[in-house]
Design a protein around this ligand. Structure first.
Ligand code: PGA
Length: 258
């Protein structure tokens, strides 16, 4: 099965809704139909900009998917400050980042809450982008692969194999996020292969063949083609280099053949 790459721009806590509108218009102008046929693109604005971005994508029929950066696992209730999967689905959100390392590190996200969120996103008809990754000490101690595979196994507990086949995993070594240091393309490929093998073992070969595995961590227009060179790396989750429309468009057009 051939998997279409997915390049996702995670804006984190950047861009007001006005900045976001200008960004989307600029990005749309810089990509052609071939880019969209070759590569799926998703944008993950802050919650406050989702509605504005959705309106521009719909009005101008721009084939870029809308994404969110996080979600709560309940559909509704007394959870002040939280956003439910149903609210996102109503805005035509397609992809929801779950378990980003910044959420694990600063906001108490655990394997257990990640697993609940994954199920809630799927139940609302959206696709989770499940983030996994080791920190520097864990890599130096030699336990990165077991740790990262363990994070994914915890996130996919009680998820049906058909659902696993259509979801997205982002392998993001924490020491590579926002640092300008990437994993080597070989290390990214090796980790993606280990993650895929774990999916095959736990959820079957169709799930393994279908799941898309992104690399994330300091991806930019100069390194994206190399980072996505391995057969098991199916796209990128991009932070810093997704903030400027011209840079992000250049990153996507690097995936044009030849
Ligand atoms: P970065 O962020 O591209 O700025 O390293 C990646 C991410 O956190 O998803």
């Amino acid at each position: 099965m051939s998997r279409k790459p997915l390049v996702s721009g995670n804006w984190k806590m950047h861009h007001t809704h006005l900045d976001a509108i200008a960004f989307v218009q600029k990005l749309a102008f810089s990509l052609d139909a071939e880019d969209h046929r070759r590569t799926d693109v998703s944008l993950h604005p802050a919650f406050t900009a989702l509605r504005s971005v959705q309106t521009v994508l719909d009005a101008d029929r721009i084939p870029v998917a809308l994404g969110a950066q996080d979600v709560h696992w309940e559909q509704k209730g007394a959870f002040t400050g939280e956003i439910s999967p149903l609210m996102l689905a109503k805005l035509n959100v397609s992809y929801v980042i779950v378990g980003h390392s910044e959420r694990r590190q600063y906001f108490g996200e655990t394997d257990e809450t990640v697993s609940k969120k994954v199920r809630a996103v799927l139940a609302a008809g959206m696709t989770p982008i499940i983030c996994v990754g080791e920190n520097e000490e864990q890599r130096e101690a030699g336990g990165a692969e077991d740790l990262v595979v363990g994070q994914l196994e915890a996130a996919l507990r009680s998820v049906a194999p058909e659902a696993v086949a259509s979801l997205v995993v982002a392998y993001e070594p924490i020491w590579a996020i926002g640092t300008g240091r990437t994993a080597t393309p070989d290390d990214a490929q090796a980790m993606a292969a280990a993650l895929r093998a774990a999916v095959v073992a736990d959820h079957g070969s169709e799930a393994g063949a279908g799941v898309r595995i992104q690399y994330g961590g300091s991806v930019n227009p100069d390194n994206v083609a190399d980072m996505l060179g391995g057969p098991d790396v199916d796209g990128a989750l991009v932070g810093g280099a997704s903030l400027d429309a011209e840079v992000f468009a250049r990153l996507i057009t690097q995936l044009r053949p030849g």
